[in-house]
Design a protein around this ligand. Structure first.
Ligand code: AMP
Ligand code: MG
Length: 342
């Protein structure tokens, strides 16, 4: 009888140990890398629905690229840009994003302007054939730059003849939000994506702790300057080191254009990271605050407390909003100051 009791006890113990191990084993991550929208994207999701979610997310990324790319022939953007001032019927995604572009033009007093594209092209950022345009050409092109003249009615978009728009400042942020929605629909509760540096997290890490997201040092972009701890947030950076060329004059020229003068925005900031719930909003604002520069960006952040931000000035100081004080690890040891928001 003892033998039977021992056997039964061992079986019970084994079951208990196995189920205990199953409870504590970390869930395995499903991962997928995608090259789209001219950039590398990595996605990591945990849980039962993860594989299906990643499959659907990849399909959605390609769908959005086909609609929103400014260079793919037949895309909504290509059709708008060759419309000669006529109204064009577009996808819901393009209509929504262009509408957002117009409203951010207003909200940022023109710092974000989706119609700056012809100026960007003149500097060579659309082809890689970089050059410093002459001032006459810049002012001629700037005359047509005005996102306020873009109209969206339902799914119909009209831009003035001679204007062109691009959604490079917004599209990856919107894509991040769409991926998070797909993950949620598939029951994923923990995930992290990086869309060419636009990081967005769903929930926390599977063990319940925050995701830790490194922010690059704009002066040495292969190292991180600091780390922010987040859950359910987007972390989006715009920096002068991301895409630039060195002119014959020895100066660097980068891909974020100040619509006020048609030159790469050079208003005291070298990098802007925005942290918030919406990928689209963080993407729009990281570009816009970069254009605004040190003073206007801080004023904007004082008036808009739904997002946090880390700004890096050209002298290497880190300015950050108090909302992330306890979440920011200043690993690089740069001088850091809080942006007062009272
Ligand atoms: P991001 O990396 O999100 O800051 O976006 C930069 C991209 O947005 C550039 O590569 C251009 O395609 C576009 N862009 C540049 N300057 C502006 C601007 N002032 N407003 C809107 N889009 C811009
Ligand atoms: Mg942006």
């Amino acid at each position: 009888m003892n033998r039977y009791i021992t056997a039964a006890l061992s079986a019970a113990l084994l079951t208990a140990l196995t189920s205990c191990a199953a409870d504590t084993a970390p869930p395995t991550a499903s991962e997928r890398d995608v090259f789209a929208m001219d950039t590398f994207m990595t996605m990591k999701a945990y849980g039962d629905g993860a594989d299906k979610a990643l499959e659907a997310a990849e399909a959605r990324i390609h769908e959005l690229e086909d609609e929103l790319s400014v260079t793919k022939s037949g895309s909504d953007l290509a059709r708008i840009n060759s419309s000669g001032g006529e109204a064009v019927a577009v996808s819901d995604d393009a209509a929504e994003l262009i509408k957002a572009g117009v409203s951010y033009f207003d909200e940022t007093s023109g710092a974000l302007d989706i119609s700056v594209y012809p100026v960007l092209a003149e500097w060579g950022f659309t082809t890689g054939e970089y050059r410093i345009p002459d001032e006459g050409t810049i002012s001629r092109l700037l005359a047509k730059v005005n996102a306020g003249a873009v109209t969206v009615e339902g799914s119909s978009v009209r831009i003035p003849e001679g204007s062109m728009i691009d959604l490079g400042a917004l599209a990856k942020g919107y894509t991040g939000d769409e991926i998070m929605a797909i993950f949620r629909e598939n029951g994923v509760k923990s995930a992290m994506v990086s869309l060419g540096g636009n990081v967005q997290a769903l929930g926390s890490k599977p063990d319940g702790s925050d995701w830790r997201v490194g922010i690059k040092d704009p002066f040495t972009p292969d190292t991180n300057m600091c780390v922010v701890s987040i859950s359910d947030r987007a972390v989006v950076t715009s920096g002068n080191y991301e895409r630039y060329f060195t002119g014959d004059d020895g100066k660097n020229y980068w891909h974020i254009i100040d619509p006020a003068d048609g030159h790469p925005a050079d208003n005291g900031l070298v990098s802007v990271t925005v942290i918030g719930e919406s990928g689209l909003r963080c993407d729009a604002l990281s570009t816009a605050l970069f254009v605004m520069g040190t003073d206007r960006a801080q004023t904007y952040l004082r008036d808009h407390t739904d997002v946090d931000a880390v700004l890096v000035t050209e002298d290497g100081t880190l300015l950050y909003t108090g909302g992330i004080s306890g979440k920011l690890d200043n690993t690089g040891g740069r001088t850091a100051e809080v942006i007062a928001r009272d």
